[in-house]
Design a protein around this ligand. Structure first.
Ligand SMILES: Nc1nc2c(ncn2[C@@H]2O[C@H](COP(=O)(O)OP(=O)(O)OP(=O)(O)O)[C@@H](O)[C@H]2O)c(=O)[nH]1
Length: 453
């Protein structure tokens, strides 16, 4: 049997950040030891790695989240049970740096108003001489303002990738020490004693923080325990099959919109590459015509045809991008807003069940001051039941409004994209042009090859 000291410690870690900053590359470099050559947008990946740090054995469960332009919805996988967060930006991309600030707010909001183990990572440091836009100081300052660790890395060159996980594990272990007894401190060799570390800090504030960490930990523990026991079928849970079916159905619809967005983005990428290649092709004939007098007319005719073909591909791409942006709004805002309430309902249901079971246990095993405890537990149970019911009502209203709005918006978008696709593939330039013109009316700026109306 393993002695407690030799037990494998499971730690759950989530990587978050703007798209394309290198979250997957960092994860693959760390877990599998290679740098992926091609870029694939991540939906969400789970990885597991056994890792030794400071003489202890860990099993790291790493969630590589989908990079999002907007974190209007916090990934559910990151809202429960995560021990530490890795917030990644790319040193050559200011938007990605700005984004981690709103991710930080979401993390804190989601896990409670406490300090969460976290490391800020400025990735792609191999590009520092050519395209750095975020200085090391700027990154370090931001991390410091959050009391988070900071590191610059390159997944490509394998610079400091393991150190990300080392530093985060250190943060996690420190956060798990809620007192500074020698026994606790000695679990993490090389770390300063907590008393020394906080010698310059306001003790009242620290005590408050410790108290809220305890509450948060106990609450999280009870909720996780409830979920685990439900999963094992060892405890009953409150169910509302009709309501749950509707929620599950929306989750599936959401996933399918995600697939449409992804496929449309890939299509648009190919189309814009093709438009660029066709225009280049056209330009090459035009250049040739300048030097080949005898072939001038033929070269110009070919150049003109290819120019028009390229413009048609560009027109379709404009329609497609407009379609994508509407689908993205549906996916990451409209549906996501209702999903957020659904997830809050699920969390409220778990909390209610935790209190319901606590009440039942108290009623079944009377102890000292039993009636006082039962009455307190019963009040808490009722409060949580009401909260859960209120969330359910909110979800029902949102589901109804969402369906009406979604069908109407998507139907209009499908009509538009269908018309544009039909026009493009039948070679009907005029019809395609009129599809683009219709978009101008919705505020999209016209490309230069379409004359002003
Ligand atoms: N130069 C350089 N490029 C990198 C580095 N890490 C990742 N990249 C490149 O950046 C692009 C995006 O990498 P990913 O790891 O897929 O990024 P991601 O953040 O997981 O992207 P999403 O899945 O869209 O959220 C790819 O083309 C990688 O090759 C790095 O350290 N240096």
């Amino acid at each position: 049997m393993n002695s407690p000291d030799r037990a494998i410690l499971t730690r759950k870690i989530a990587l978050m950040g703007y798209p394309c900053v290198g979250k997957s590359s960092i994860t693959l470099r760390f877990v599998q030891g290679y740098f992926p050559d091609s870029y694939d947008t991540t939906i969400e990946d789970m990885h597991s790695k056994n890792y030794k740090y400071e003489g202890r054995d860990y099993n790291l469960k790493i969630t590589d989240t989908a990079g999002q332009q907007e974190y209007s919805v916090f990934p559910r996988s990151c809202s429960v049970d995560i021990h530490g967060f890795i917030l990644v930006y790319a040193i050559d991309d200011r938007k990605s740096f700005e984004m981690i600030q709103s991710i930080y707010d979401k993390v804190v909001e989601c896990v409670g108003d406490v300090r969460v183990p976290m490391i800020v990572v400025g990735n792609k440091v191999d590009l520092q001489h050519s395209c750095r836009v975020i200085s090391r100081d700027e990154g370090a300052k931001l991390a410091k303002s959050w009391n988070a660790a900071f590191i610059e890395t390159s997944a490509k060159d394998n610079t400091a990738v393991n150190q990300i996980f080392d530093r985060l594990l250190k943060e996690i272990e420190v956060s798990m020490m809620t007192d500074d007894s020698p026994e606790v401190v000695s679990r993490v060799p090389g770390l300063p004693r907590v008393a020394e570390a906080v010698s310059n800090v306001d003790f009242a504030q620290v005590a408050g923080k410790v108290e809220s960490i305890k509450k948060w930990t106990i609450g999280t523990f009870k909720n996780s325990r409830q979920q685990l026991l439900e999963h094992m079928g060892k405890i009953d849970k409150t169910v509302d099959p009709e309501f749950e079916e509707k929620c599950d159905s929306l989750k599936e619809i959401h996933q399918r919109y995600g697939a449409v967005v992804l496929a449309s983005r890939q299509f648009s990428q190919v189309l814009s590459q093709m438009a660029a290649a066709e225009k280049k092709f056209s330009e090459s004939f035009f250049q040739l015509s300048v030097k080949e007098d005898q072939l001038k007319a033929q070269c110009n005719a070919t150049a003109e045809v290819m120019k028009q073909v390229g413009e048609q591909a560009s027109s379709l791409d404009i329609c497609l991008r407009y379609f994508i942006s509407s689908m993205e709004t549906i996916y990451s805002q409209t549906i996501a807003d209702t999903l957020e309430t659904i997830y809050s309902t699920e969390a409220a249901r778990i909390e209610y069940d935790v209190h319901r079971h606590e009440l039942a246990n108290l009623q079944n095993s009377p102890t000292e001051n039993a009636s006082e405890k039962v009455s307190e537990a019963s009040e808490a149970c009722e409060t949580h039941r009401k909260k859960y019911e209120q969330y359910k009502e909110d979800v029902k209203v949102k589901l109804k409004l969402l369906e009406e709005n979604r069908i109407q918006v998507v139907s209009t978008q499908l009509e538009k994209i269908h018309a544009a696709l039909a026009a493009y593939y039948s070679g009907n330039a005029k019809l395609l042009e009129s599809s683009v013109r219709e978009l101008f009316a919705s505020g999209v700026s016209p490309p230069s090859f379409i004359p002003n109306m």
